[in-house]
Design a protein around this ligand. Structure first.
Ligand SMILES: Nc1ncnc2c1ncn2[C@@H]1O[C@H](COP(=O)(O)OP(=O)(O)OP(=O)(O)O)[C@@H](O)[C@H]1O
Ligand SMILES: [Mg+2]
Length: 453
């Protein structure tokens, strides 16, 4: 709820305005002089200052000027008699957001308030992004020396220069969001906003209004105009995360945006041109979603112009030591601890484990061990994966030690496990699996049919 401070020396006008804005759902405080307004501003935060221009003790311009050092993000709207429009125009040159002539037209007032709020939001978001940019979303923050990651880096570098639509795929925790940011912040659009939205966290109708915005009165409850994320991302980048989760209706609308590069706010008629770079991400298999009729094929082709696939961590284990090093530095720093290092045993565990939660799980494990650990060595027992590893080992051992009665039964059960593991490591490719086990393809085929693999 936006907070509005009204300064107006005419008591009747003041109470009228306070009442009306409260009914519109604003959180309003009214005062009858400039000094009172300043006092309040020093103690409380307001989004908008609505002030009369002519007031006896301190006029609206002086109030505006002095408020700027206290509340730099607050937007000011001045109200003035028709006879002093010139002053009002002057005020706008000095940075006042808007002026209204008396008697106040309420529709105008509401529109300007709404505009002021969206402008303020955009500004805040930009500031936040700028500071984020400085600390953590540079390209160098994506760690990886493995061949598949090097390939990803080369693609990011090339694609950042273009305007092409990018689809980032990969399991949960593989760094999709990180890559999306790297593309934006290495692109010519970097000074403009990057707007992110996770499609799965909104129900269908809400997602639509989040993306495209709406006009006042578009539906019951639409008390004022709302600017959508596409509009906020103007000249910048929009990142739609979990794109596989959007409904058919939103898919159709998105397709239209991509084809025509215009949007229409819900309940509106104006077609607004949008200049926005689109990046989407998903951990869902879109090809399957298409065959199941859950995702539009034509939209898929529009989104999948440049595909970037992030490999799961278990397929690039040579990145694990580097990532560990990176996260140790990060969390020792955050927790103001001397730099720690991983014990041999802990490193071995990290290399053994298959990391279903990928880099996110690794990051959490290291943070956990640093927070709980003591001294300068990170011991395996502090890694939350240790019990999972021992369970995995126990399950494997049990499964062949319990198999059958004879020595032969147990050896065969173990052999079956070895074959299964090799085939899994080769993503189901059985001739590859034969190669890494150094057995002939014939032997492999024989064992496959023997164990029903
Ligand atoms: N290559 C990497 N180098 C450094 N940190 C990484 C890397 N990949 C991922 N991370 C870190 O792992 C965490 C998860 O990454 P991110 O949120 O980008 O994953 P995601 O693929 O978007 O996951 P999800 O599908 O669950 O949303 C983040 O804290 C991120 O900083
Ligand atoms: Mg993500």
């Amino acid at each position: 709820m936006a907070r509005v401070l009204i300064a107006e020396d005419d008591r009747n006008a003041l109470s009228g305005l306070v009442e009306i804005l409260r009914q519109e759902g604003y959180d309003v405080v009214g005062v009858d002089s400039g000094p009172k307004a300043l006092k309040l501003l020093e103690r409380e935060k307001f989004d908008i200052l609505l002030t009369d221009l002519r007031m006896p003790e301190m006029d609206g311009m002086e109030l505006y000027e002095r408020s700027q050092s206290i509340a730099p993000y607050m937007k000011t709207i001045v109200m003035t008699a028709y006879s002093s429009v010139k002053e009002a125009v002057e005020a706008m040159k000095r940075g006042v957001f808007e002026y209204l002539t008396k008697p106040i037209d309420l529709d105008d007032l509401f529109v300007h308030l709404q505009k002021a709020i969206s402008e303020q939001n955009l500004q805040l978001e930009n500031e936040e992004l700028k500071s984020k940019l400085q600390v953590s979303y540079r390209f160098e923050n994506i760690i990886g020396k493995s061949e598949p990651m090097q390939r990803v880096f080369r693609t990011i570098e090339k694609v950042a220069k273009s305007n092409a639509t990018v689809l980032i795929r990969g399991e949960s925790g593989t760094g999709k969001e990180l890559v999306a940011r790297a593309i934006h912040y290495n692109s010519p659009r970097a000074p403009k906003p990057m707007v992110e939205i996770s499609c799965a966290s909104f129900p269908e109708t809400l997602l639509e209004s989040e993306l495209f915005g709406y006009e006042k009165g578009a539906f019951t409850g639409a008390a004022s105009r709302k600017i959508g994320r596409f509009e906020m991302a103007q000249e910048g980048t929009i990142f739609l995360d979990e794109i596989g989760e959007i409904s058919g209706n939103v898919q159709t609308k998105l397709l239209r945006v991509l084809q025509e590069r215009i949007i229409t706010r819900l309940g509106g008629t104006d077609a607004l041109k949008v200049d926005v770079r689109l990046i989407t991400a998903t951990n869902r298999d879109l090809e399957i979603a298409i065959t199941e009729g859950q995702f539009r094929e034509d939209l898929y082709y529009r989104l999948n112009v440049i595909p970037i696939t992030l490999p799961p961590l278990r397929d690039r284990k040579d990145d694990i030591p580097l990532l560990i090093d990176h996260f140790i530095r990060k969390y020792c720093d955050l927790n103001s601890r001397e730099l720690m290092s991983l014990s041999e045993e802990a490193l071995h565990m990290c290399m053994e484990y298959n990391w279903p939660g990928n880099v996110r799980e690794l990051e959490n494990a290291i943070e956990n061990a640093i927070v709980l650990g003591e001294g300068d060595k990170i011991l395996g027992e502090y890694l939350p994966i240790s019990y999972k590893l021992s369970r995995m080992a126990a399950e494997k051992k049990e499964s062949f030690m319990d198999a059958g009665e004879t020595f032969k039964d147990k050896v065969e059960a173990a052999e079956k496990l070895v074959l299964e593991e090799a085939i899994r490591q080769c993503n189901g490719n059985k001739s590859e699996a034969a190669k890494i086990l150094d057995i002939s393809l014939r032997t492999m085929r024989y064992k496959i049919s023997k164990y029903g693999l």
